[in-house]
Write a protein that binds this ligand. Structure first.
Ligand code: BDR
Ligand code: CA
Length: 311
């Protein structure tokens, strides 16, 4: 069984990921930590609890983490995820209570107390994770791997070249990328390849099962781009795909590539530089700033297999 810590900014597709993680028989969610990203920290926590109720999850410790990135101001994605982060899905307010400790402390305790190293599944800007590694570097040995949604080997979504989670907190992404912990990147280029069809969404929405119905509404929500009023569609299973990488790696192609994130100000800030040249490999490329870490990068996927698993 995969013992995991889940770091989220719930978010429509984080919600799909929580549904998947809690229900999958091979996944044991030890704790959920929240961070500002898609929406405010308060919305993230509220949404997370509502989804846990909907899934009928057992008690899982949930803690509040960072309210903003390390350097940037918080910039939400309400134009994709809706005003409160769950599109137009309204669920009863949960009476689950949050842990009386910061997310960083909850992660530290879970890691130190676990019988064996845990996998961290990071679905949000990596602020909580970066703070954890800086405050408690001793936990590194207790982390089996970080599998994250973030970055992109090709185009971006927040900007032409930057994926939202990396763009939101590039310094945090840099701290995690250079941590030496085994990493698996599932980027925007892969995420956006796993979209659902309008027929699949309609089928989910028509289901008598409230969980499937909610998944359908989360996938089918359409918002308006504030800049030009055009309709924004986000019908990918998104963050839920990260859990699929963990439980069904055979459905994905993984490459070993040097990866870094652009920290300099300007149009490329937050861009992922994935060195896909043939010369790249286990020998980290050396730069004046030091070696560039070589990590596992999801480079291809069998979409139908993963979507079938998700459904
Ligand atoms: C990522 O950012 C958020 O919008 C999603 O929840 C996902 O984690 C996509 O760039
Ligand atoms: Ca997310």
């Amino acid at each position: 069984r995969h013992q995991i810590l889940l770091d989220v900014d719930t978010g429509r597709d984080d919600a799909l990921a929580i549904m998947f993680a809690v229900q999958h028989p091979d996944i044991d969610v030890r704790a959920i930590t929240c961070v500002a990203g898609n929406t405010t920290l308060e919305n993230v926590v509220g949404n997370t609890m509502k989804i846990l109720d909907l899934v009928g999850a057992p008690p899982i410790p949930v803690a509040l983490g960072a309210r903003r990135p390390l350097i940037e101001p918080a910039r939400d994605a309400s134009w994709i995820h809706g005003e409160h982060g769950l599109g137009d899905v309204e669920l009863p307010v949960s009476d689950r209570s949050v842990e009386r400790m910061h997310a960083v402390e909850l992660m530290r305790r879970c890691l130190m107390e676990a019988e064996e190293p845990l996998t961290i599944v990071a679905l949000a800007p990596m602020t909580n994770l970066a703070l954890l590694l800086r405050m408690h570097p001793e936990v590194s040995d207790r982390i089996k791997r970080v599998i994250f949604m973030g970055g992109s080997a090709t185009i971006g979504n927040a900007t032409a070249v930057a994926e939202f989670n990396f763009w939101h907190d590039p310094e945090a992404a840099h701290i995690v990328l250079t941590s030496g912990i085994p990493l698996t990147m599932y980027g925007w280029d892969i995420l956006w390849g796993m979209r659902t069809s309008s027929e699949q969404i309609a089928e989910l929405c028509a289901s008598p099962n409230p969980l499937r119905q909610t998944a359908g509404r989360l996938l089918g929500f359409k918002s308006k781009d504030p800049s030009d009023g055009s309709v924004v569609v986000y019908d990918a299973i998104g963050d839920a795909g990260v859990l699929c990488v963990m439980v069904a790696p055979e459905a994905f192609t993984i490459s070993r590539w040097p990866v870094q994130v652009v920290l300099s100000p300007g149009a490329a800030r937050g861009q992922t530089l994935v060195d896909r040249r043939e010369m790249s490999g286990e020998d980290a490329v050396h730069t004046p700033a030091g070696p560039i870490p070589v990590i596992d990068v999801v480079s291809d996927v069998c979409e139908s297999e993963v979507l079938a698993l998700f459904f």
